[in-house]
Design a protein around this ligand. Sequence first.
Ligand code: OXD
Length: 309
Amino acid sequence: MKVLFVAGDPKPERWTVPIKQLLPEADIYVWDPDGPAINADYAIVWQPPAQLFERETRLKAVFNLGAGIDGLLKVPNLPADLTVVRLEDAGMSVQMAEHVLHQILEVSRQMELYREQQRQRLWKIHRPISRKEWPIGIMGLGHIGKRVASTLASLDYTVNGWARSEHTVEGVRTFAGNGQLREFLGATRVLVNTLPLTSETENILNYDLFSQLQPGAVLINVGRGEHLVEEDLLRALNEEKLQRASLDVFRKEPLPAGHAFWERTDITITPHISARTLRDATLEQITGKIRDHASGHPITGIVDIARGY
Ligand code: OXD
């Protein structure tokens, strides 16, 4: 079995050595843009070049090194009938739950105010959190959205969840489809985006949507930069339709030094770190699936290319 590793890591051996340990029966190759076809059976990829699918025409499946497969689906020449498999959790959802909780506590527990007081050596106690004032709405109820929602629900926040189709999450009120979006937004003060990026969800975080949230709303975007209409965010903040935004993902990454977001004290910027791909858990999952697929067993995480996730 031939497995091809295609990701722009300057030290690919960080990946290929453990892949070989986990899958000793396979021959492991690193993508060489100028090299010949190796007739790989499987490819493990992150944002691969279009040449991959021109050159490697015998792939049985391609495994994405991330949960979001928008980057892979954009690659020209991706055969429409190729089996594409995304990462399922692999330690990401717990990180995401932690990150989102942290961003919420920043506002619900007034952490910036207490940091400022520390700078002033001021001991002053403000009123305690009232959870009722911080209803949270999670957009996207896949592995990650569900984990975020159930973590927050376990801390007694009111949590709503919205997705294209019906979902059930214990302790969470769920809404489905465009027909229930308005009601979901009206019940939400902290909006957390974990949606996959598709043609239907691109630009979904826009001025019209922000206008339907509860007063003093907060946006936490851990989905993709393309979900957000950037000028609409600035307008909503300027008009106080939103109180704050915490952004981990951007249309252009790294966020250009001259970008208006850097200047804003009402925007928290993190460099796409809300949930990192953890190498050990990721490779255990992918190599396990490669072995199962090669021996004809069913695997989970196969993407519906037409639906986009
Ligand atoms: C992912 C990511 O999609 O890291 O997994 O953004």
